[in-house]
Design a protein around this ligand. Structure first.
Ligand SMILES: CC(C)(COP(=O)(O)OP(=O)(O)OC[C@H]1O[C@@H](n2cnc3c(N)ncnc32)[C@H](O)[C@@H]1OP(=O)(O)O)[C@@H](O)C(=O)NCCC(=O)NCCS
Length: 361
């Protein structure tokens, strides 16, 4: 039976968030990290300093709410709710995490109910959750997957995490580059560290918007995103506040227009891991091995600046055959799945209500 739970919450738009962070952020993060690490050899939970920066700095693109659940002064679980402010304003991204010692007592359900209230207050009609699951574990016995199903979350997108252990096989990379070059005659590829050059900004915004429409979204209800130069700069400013550095590679067509790009980041809070973010080749320029070439160029540029990095982590929709093939050719190996699951907010509220009634009778 769930004892009396005290909830403490703040958000990235709350003027009091600095005081909240001073008093509670470390306890909030410790509980998150403990819950995320259960039975996962390499959890890719965002680091303490990265999440703290998101909460304290705030971003123009997204509001983040955080909730801490306490019983008798001990933290028993945490939640966060992310609501996009620029587009996809129908959806709230909810994450609930309960450290192992406090599971199975209804804490997760209580935090989900609190998160649903935040979603309602932000006018969100769809709620999306995510579950990270080792590739060798079945959803039927993985706590996050079981709970998500129990709470009524259904159709969504199944993504695989693959990792490339560093240093890469230099001969393999050279062979891939040589094999791809004849397909890309007339195209140019360049890679750089740091912010997008001013001259590329508008074109990068155009390519970035295509990520939301051209990459597989499965059964998730995703609206096309609107990107402009200002939004690219805001993302870069947030990254800098989080201690993240970026490397970018772009491909240009014979007329000099940008037609493909890829981004890697590395955080000062986790120097051993490079994170592979967006990769996109415009549909009308596919088949020229530009995906392979921009990835190779970006990886080489980032590795030159980060010789001590130990691995690169990448996430692709399981259905994204071409991207998975490029990554496997580079030597990436599958180790986790990421399930993103959605449900109408009202339906989850009703599911929790029904479960409460059933538990009482
Ligand atoms: C998912 C998680 C938050 C559940 O926390 P919790 O405090 O155990 O949640 P609750 O006690 O409210 O239980 C919720 C449901 O989880 C399932 N569950 C809980 N404990 C379980 C156990 N020991 N074995 C199997 N299923 C269990 C049940 O379906 C339960 O619902 P029910 O009791 O009505 O049948 C927790 O396992 C966790 O932190 N996992 C890692 C983070 C994660 O994956 N979060 C995303 C969830 S969508």
């Amino acid at each position: 039976m769930l004892p009396d739970v005290t909830l403490r919450a703040t958000s990235s738009t709350d003027p009091g968030r600095g005081v909240w962070a001073r008093d509670h952020f470390d306890r909030w993060y410790d509980a998150l990290a403990a819950a995320e690490a259960v039975d996962r050899p390499d959890p890719s939970t965002w680091r303490r300093g990265e999440l703290r920066a998101l909460l304290e700095r705030g971003t123009a693109d997204e509001r983040m709410d955080v909730v801490l659940a306490e019983v008798g002064g001990d933290v028993v679980g945490v939640a966060d709710v992310r609501c996009g402010l620029t587009d996809n304003r129908h959806v709230a991204l909810v994450h609930v995490a309960v450290p192992p010692a406090h599971r199975g007592r209804g804490v997760g359900t209580r935090l989900l109910a609190a998160a649903l209230e935040v979603a309602a207050a932000q006018g969100r009609t769809t709620v999306r959750v995510r579950v990270d699951r080792p590739a060798d574990r079945e959803p039927q016995s993985w706590p996050g997957s079981v709970a998500a199903a129990r709470w009524g979350f259904g159709a969504g997108l199944l993504t695989a995490r693959r990792q490339l252990h560093l240093p890469p096989d230099a001969d393999l990379l050279a062979a891939l580059a040589a094999g791809a070059a004849p397909y890309a005659a007339g195209y140019g590829v360049r890679a750089y560290a740091g912010p997008v050059p001013e001259a590329d900004l508008d074109e990068m915004a155009r390519l970035t918007a295509r990520m939301s429409t051209d990459a597989p979204n499965g059964d998730l209800a995703v609206e096309p995103e609107h990107w402009d130069a200002e939004r690219i700069r805001e993302v870069e400013a947030v990254r800098a506040a989080q201690g993240r550095h970026q490397w970018v590679a772009v491909a240009q067509d014979p007329q000099g227009r940008l037609v493909a790009y890829t981004v890697l980041v590395r955080s000062d809070h986790e120097p051993e891991r490079l994170l592979q973010l967006d990769t996109l080749v415009l549909a009308e320029h596919r088949g020229h091995r530009l995906g392979t070439l921009v990835k190779l160029a970006c990886l080489r540029r980032a590795l030159a600046d980060n010789p001590a990095a130990q691995r690169v982590s990448t996430w692709n929709a399981v259905s994204n055959g071409p991207m998975v093939a490029v990554n496997e050719a580079l030597g990436f190996v599958l180790d986790e799945f990421l399930e993103e699951l959605e449900a109408p907010r009202e339906r989850v509220v009703q599911t929790l209500r029904d479960q409460t009634l059933r538990n009482r009778t």
